[in-house]
Ligand binder design. Structure first.
Ligand code: MLT
Length: 435
């Protein structure tokens, strides 16, 4: 069977043979090159055919070896490792290393990596002053986006993006400083003095301490809750070419320093359709209020009056494998923090929806946001911190995507085309003649 596609242009009757390229799996991720369509023309001065794909629903913008998703079968793998196995056996920092380096670290490599990340967790005192300038009620995600962009002015050497050693250092800084900035943004609003990073704690325990330590009291992060947040971080570390990864690659393709590119990616994540989705799930569960109101809610969803938040995903047409891990973890966390009706409502919603042909036929299954909001709230995070909790680990994925883009000889500055639908050439009308 030849690995080509035959196209017949019915406008001209001409026939074209276009090669098909494959990734690791021939039946998942086969593509033709968009540029191969350009030869399809009706005349010499025709620009050539383009593919029209609003929101990139079916466009591969890159080859990538970082994350694999088979949405039909509910599979997610980082560098070939299944997400459920990583969630069971690994840690966020180890996974961040894996995403950036392509392999799991040895004991020495992990020690070195952890040591560098800890060393870079502090932020310059001037950054702290910069953060002090925000209004008392500033949204923590707004603070995060602006402060990460501001880091660009502190590390001017970071614009040497083609130097791997320079890139490595910025990766340490970004992964390490995001939790500090996130915690400071929260404390700024609460009016608490900032808690500085503690070198004797792990990545996630240190973040919890910087967040929740009360002035005058010592804070010991609970091991089970720390592990739960670490797993949330690990599950959110990358998700191939999603909206924010695409922003990172697109902005990064013009070669600015990674701080402003990460700020752009974080801005993409800020949107309610991306990083803000779990907050909407929580709001929905609050609105439902009790288990006995679940059937009525489902009825109204089916009547088109309401939306079932946290169900369905752009790429998963099956159970999001991250949701499966979080569902189990929600139970463990609530056993420690005390139960809330929200989990019971969520479980009942899921039970009813997964037995209902309306949802089954539409392939609407729980996604990562369905249970993550419940866990984050139980851990004590206010809802406006949820996208920040998503950004902290996702920076590892953004950096891996950015690095891969910079090292890919086929990549150029991102420049999509358009199908122009505006007016044809017309003459300028002086203002006094316009009606
Ligand atoms: C993500 O993890 O980035 C979200 O599930 C969104 C997506 O992949 O499109």
């Amino acid at each position: 069977m030849p690995d080509t596609l035959t196209i017949i242009d019915n406008r001209t009757g001409k026939r074209y043979e276009v090669p098909i390229l494959y990734g690791t799996y021939p039946t998942y991720g086969a593509a033709i090159r968009g540029a191969d369509l350009r030869q399809i023309r009706v005349s010499e001065d025709d620009f050539g055919l383009m593919s029209y794909d609003p929101a990139f629903l079916n466009t591969a913008s890159t080859k990538s070896s970082i994350t694999f998703i088979d949405g039909d079968r509910g599979i997610l793998r980082y560098r070939g490792y299944d997400i459920a196995e990583l969630a069971e056996k690994s840690t966020f920092l180890e996974v961040a290393y894996l995403l950036l380096h392509g392999e799991l670290p040895t004991i020495d490599q992990l020690e070195d990596w952890t040591c560098w990340i800890k060393r870079h967790a502090f932020i310059h005192e001037n950054v702290k002053k910069f953060m002090d300038g925000f209004r008392y009620d500033a949204h923590p995600m707004g603070i995060l986006v602006s402060t990460v962009a501001a880091l660009s002015t502190f590390y001017p050497e970071s614009k040497n993006v083609l130097d791997p050693a320079v890139r490595r250092k910025q990766a340490y800084r970004l992964i390490a400083k995001l939790p500090t900035i996130a915690a400071f943004s929260y404390r700024h609003r609460m009016g608490f003095p900032y808690t500085y990073p503690a070198e004797d704690l792990g990545f996630t325990g240190n973040f919890l301490k910087m967040m929740f330590e009360r002035p005058g009291r010592t804070y010991e992060p609970h091991p089970v809750l720390t592990r739960a947040l670490d797993v949330i971080f690990l599950l959110h570390a990358d998700h191939e070419q999603n909206c924010s990864a695409n922003a990172m690659r697109s902005v990064g393709s013009s070669h600015p320093d990674p701080y402003v590119a990460v700020a752009a990616a974080a801005a993409a994540l800020y949107g309610p359709l991306h990083g803000g989705a779990n907050e909407q799930v929580l709001r929905m569960l609050h609105d439902i209020g009790s288990i006995d109101r679940v059937p009525d809610y489902i009825r109204r969803v089916k009547a088109g009056e309401l939306r079932l938040m946290g169900f369905g995903h752009r790429v998963y047409k099956n159970y999001d494998p991250r949701a499966r891990v979080l569902k189990e973890m929600a139970g463990q966390v609530l056993e420690i923090t005390g139960s809330t009706p929200l989990l019971r409502i969520a479980l009942e919603l899921e039970r009813i929806a997964l037995e209902d042909d309306y949802f089954i036929s539409r392939k609407l299954y729980p996604n990562v946001d369905f249970y993550s909001g419940i866990i984050c709230q139980a851990l004590g995070f206010p809802t406006d911190m949820f996208p920040v909790l998503f950004a902290i680990p996702r920076v590892a994925g953004w950096l891996a995507q950015w690095q891969e883009m910079l090292e890919d000889p086929e990549q150029r500055i991102a420049r999509p085309r358009q199908v122009y639908t505006g007016p044809d050439l017309r003459e300028y009308v002086p203002i006094e003649d316009r009606s």
